[in-house]
Design a protein around this ligand. Structure first.
Ligand SMILES: NC(=O)c1ccc[n+]([C@@H]2O[C@H](COP(=O)([O-])OP(=O)(O)OC[C@H]3O[C@@H](n4cnc5c(N)ncnc54)[C@H](OP(=O)(O)O)[C@@H]3O)[C@@H](O)[C@H]2O)c1
Length: 322
């Protein structure tokens, strides 16, 4: 089953990083990739993260649908993955599945991303010789697709969790699914957290210095990142970790700006694994934790796993030495 990911530009500068022939039909389209016999494309809308979230939603959705139909018709794609904020503007992908023009399968790729996020959180805590049961956690974007699954998995393991979102009613709904010690808030109350997970659709940096306590860890899943490179430089005590990065064999280095060799976004890895498995299903909306576990098993089977933790692609040596 041929796959394609549909992402978007992080910012206008991004466009310069792609060869001109890759741009066609309002899309950046990579050459066909072949991963052990499974073929597909990495593609992206020519909209920036900011435009994805501020242009009229119908227009952005139409762009996504046009891309899916084009990839289906011209490239024989049968499985698309909704990258970055394309999930956020399509109700977790449910809107795409309802459209008649596109007949293929859709996956948001968030199941493996949530799994890898939880693995990264637990790996980071362990790396600093701490115990989750003695640590305070904060999850920003707690009722989002990734945030909800991460909350279900992580809240019971931590001493106390602050669950943060923008809508009180969605936070109340989330409470029905959780066990453990937690509070919910619509304010960005991350100051007491030893470890912060960000998984929001906020299209720029969200955390400021005053939001993060000394020596805290931040697992930043959001794309674009919610903890900026500038804040990392200003606050070297904070250990920022790229959330949702998976180790991917170097020979398959995929052409994504800023992605270090040997790494790939978990959402893209999920769709590659689904294509390898020829699993002809949609995975949209709220995450089924059984499917999440299955993606972890696929990861082990195909050797795409979380190995080294990084910050903007660089190993965490500075923090691990101190
Ligand atoms: N690293 C990877 O491999 C990878 C893979 C997939 C996705 N991602 C990234 O992960 C992030 C989350 O993706 P998703 O699919 O889970 O998105 P989602 O379902 O749209 O969830 C995002 C959540 O963020 C909340 N939010 C937005 N701005 C906020 C703010 N200022 N404060 C608190 N909450 C805020 C939204 O709340 P409302 O609904 O109330 O607006 C929404 O619930 C995105 O940035 C995406 O690009 C990364």
């Amino acid at each position: 089953m041929k796959f394609a990911t549909i992402g978007h530009l992080l910012n206008k500068e991004n466009l310069k990083e792609f060869p001109k022939p890759w741009i066609q039909n309002n899309l950046v389209i990579s050459p066909e990739m072949n991963i052990n016999g499974t073929t597909g494309y990495i593609t992206g809308l020519l909209l920036t993260a900011e435009e994805m979230m501020t242009l009229p939603r119908e227009k952005v959705r139409q762009n996504i649908l046009d891309a899916a139909c084009f990839l289906q018709e011209k490239y024989d794609v049968e499985l698309i993955q909704l990258g970055a904020l394309t999930t956020s503007v399509t109700e977790g992908g449910k809107w795409v599945v309802e459209q008649k023009q596109y007949h293929g399968f859709t996956n948001h790729g968030d199941s493996y991303t949530a799994a890898i996020t939880c693995q990264a959180v637990l790996r980071a805590v362990n790396l600093f010789h701490k115990k989750p049961a003695e640590q305070n956690l904060a999850i920003v974007g707690a009722y989002g697709v990734i945030g909800e699954a991460a909350s279900k998995i992580l809240v019971p393991q931590f001493a106390r969790t602050m669950l943060i979102g923008r809508r009180a009613e969605k936070l109340s709904e989330l409470e029905h699914h959780l066990k453990g010690e937690y509070e919910t808030t619509i304010d960005l109350k991350t100051q007491k957290a030893d470890i912060i997970v960000t998984a929001t659709s906020h299209p720029t940096g969200l955390l400021a210095s005053e939001h993060v306590k000394k020596n805290a860890m931040v697992v930043d899943v959001s794309q674009p990142p919610n903890m900026s490179y500038d804040l990392c430089r200003k606050r070297p005590d904070i250990c920022r970790i790229d959330g949702g990065y998976v180790d991917f064999p170097k020979e398959h280095h995929l052409p994504i700006p800023g992605m270090p060799p040997g790494k790939l976004f978990a959402c893209i890895v999920e769709v590659i694994m689904q294509a390898m498995e020829n699993e002809r299903k949609n995975h949209v909306g709220s995450i089924d934790l059984n499917h999440l576990k299955k993606t972890e098993q696929w990861g082990e089977k195909y050797g795409f796993t979380l190995n080294e933790l990084t910050n903007f692609g660089k190993p965490l040596t500075q923090h691990i030495r101190s």
